[in-house]
Design a protein. Structure first.
Length: 152
C-alpha cells in the first residue's frame, strides 16, 4: 500500500482545521500557506473533504472551512477515504477485466488476501480519530500501541 499525496495532504488539512477549531473558519489559501502546500491542490482536497461531510464551508468575508463535527468524531478512515476516494484500492475489484484473471468470475486465490488486508487497514484507520493526532508523537505512538522511540 502506498499513501498518496491526496491522502497525506488531506490528513494535514484536516489536522490544521482541528488545531484551529476554536478560531472559526480558515481559508484554503491560509491552510496552504501555513502548511506549505500547493494552494490549488489544497482547494481540491478541501472540496473532497466537504463533499464527504468531514468539513463544512462558511461563506462571507470571514468565511472559510471548519470541521463538520468534533475531531473526536472524525476517524482517519473518514479523512483518507474522502481525500483519496478509497483507503485501499483493490485493483481486481475497482478495475475488473472480463475473462482475465482479475474478473470476478475467475477463481482467484490471491483476492481474499487483498480483501482481508483492506479490512485490516480500514479497521486500524477507523480506530484512530483526528483528535488522537493532536497529541505529540510519543502520545500518538502510545495510543496506537507502537513503541516510543528514544531520541539521542
Amino acid at each position: 500500500m502506498r499513501i498518496t499525496t491526496w491522502a497525506e495532504y488531506g490528513v494535514i488539512c484536516a489536522l490544521h482545521l482541528a488545531r484551529r477549531s476554536d478560531e472559526g473558519p480558515v481559508t484554503g489559501r491560509d491552510i496552504a500557506a501555513q502548511e506549505r502546500l500547493p494552494a490549488d491542490y489544497v482547494e481540491q482536497i478541501l472540496l473532497r473533504l466537504r463533499r464527504a461531510d468531514v468539513i463544512k464551508s462558511v461563506r462571507g468575508a470571514r468565511g472559510g472551512y471548519m470541521l463538520a463535527r468534533p475531531s473526536s468524531e472524525i476517524t482517519m478512515r473518514d479523512v483518507i477515504h474522502a481525500s483519496e476516494l478509497e483507503t485501499f484500492d483493490l485493483h481486481c475489484i475497482s478495475h475488473p477485466v472480463e475473462e482475465e484473471r482479475c474478473a470476478a468470475s475467475h477463481n482467484c486465490s490471491i483476492r481474499p488476501i487483498w480483501v482481508m488486508l483492506q479490512q485490516k487497514i480500514d479497521n486500524v484507520l477507523e480506530s484512530v480519530y483526528l483528535s488522537d493526532l493532536l497529541q505529540d508523537e510519543p502520545a500518538v505512538r502510545e495510543r496506537v500501541g507502537l513503541p516510543i522511540l528514544e531520541t539521542v
